[in-house]
Design a binder for this molecule. Structure first.
Ligand code: IPE
Ligand code: IPE
Ligand code: MG
Length: 249
């Protein structure tokens, strides 16, 4: 039988996939365990997503790892998450490098513990010449803050006379977002059954295909990723036009 991966058309891949990795706590609870047990098991699912992406050569993968709102969780859970992120970076650094992946971070990085910041910066620096794919971690990330940050920078440039009001367009605005070097999101996946965006990449998903899966993140496998890509390929992305116009060259 043909596998789902073989059914994927390599000429019609999303360039940028973003994932809201949700459901770790419920996964653990359903096993009678503490929430942090779910976070530990989430790491294999992250590997699965990264490997699947790498296997079929999708150039940009953004993972929502910790939101600006997640700082409001109990201290113990936040501390465990920070330790896990730090451990995982240490353990996976070589693998990320050997896969030829270039690492990027988006978010309010300065809020992270210094150790995590240092590890992140190091990994970003070490992998900066890699060109087999981009792995973007959204850490301490909130889209509304990101947008407000852009507004403030643009406001300052207006005030200083660096730009005029007429210079403000979509392109200029995007150049003030964390994601300025990345293409827009083509496909957004959220696990856990929740159908919401939770302050993730609000500007960047303007025309993304959205897929909400009834899988809890620790159960997310390579095949699930390929299934999402296959489903994505069955969608007609019209960008406001009508079907007939899309056939015209
Ligand atoms: C996602 O899983 C991980 C983070 C948000 C850090 P959750 O911890 O949100 O798990 P649920 O949604 O409570 O099951
Ligand atoms: C979104 O999940 C953030 C991450 C996956 C990192 P949450 O579990 O924090 O989202 P809400 O609060 O249920 O919307
Ligand atoms: Mg959640």
């Amino acid at each position: 039988m043909e596998s789902i991966k073989e059914k994927i058309n390599p000429d019609h891949l999303p360039q940028h996939v973003a994932i809201i990795m949700d459901g770790n706590g419920r996964w653990a609870k359903s096993r009678g365990k503490e929430r942090t047990f779910g976070h530990k098991h989430a790491i294999q699912a992250v590997r699965n997503a990264v490997n699947a992406c790498n296997e079929i050569n999708i150039p940009y993968l953004t993972l929502y790892t910790f939101s600006s709102e997640n700082w409001n969780r109990p201290d113990e859970e936040v501390n465990t998450l920070m330790s896990l992120i730090s451990e995982t970076l240490l353990l996976e650094a070589e693998e990320i490098f050997s896969k030829g992946l270039r690492m990027h971070i988006i978010g309010d990085i300065e809020k992270l513990p210094q150790l995590v910041q240092d590890q992140m910066n190091q990994l970003v620096e070490i992998t900066k010449n890699n060109d087999r794919g981009n792995l973007i971690l959204a850490l301490s990330y909130g889209s509304q803050k990101e947008i407000l940050g852009a507004v403030k920078q643009i406001g300052n440039k207006l005030k200083n006379g660096e730009i005029t009001e007429d210079d403000i367009n979509e392109e200029l605005f995007e150049n003030h977002l964390y994601t300025k070097d990345f293409p827009p999101v083509d496909l957004l996946i959220r696990t856990s059954g929740e159908v919401r965006i939770s302050n993730f990449l609000l500007w960047q998903i303007a025309y993304a295909e959205l897929q909400f899966l009834d899988i809890l993140w620790p159960d997310f496998g390579v095949e699930d990723f390929f299934q999402c890509i296959y489903n994505y390929q069955s969608k007609e992305r019209r960008f406001g036009k009508i079907s007939e116009q899309l056939d015209e060259k």
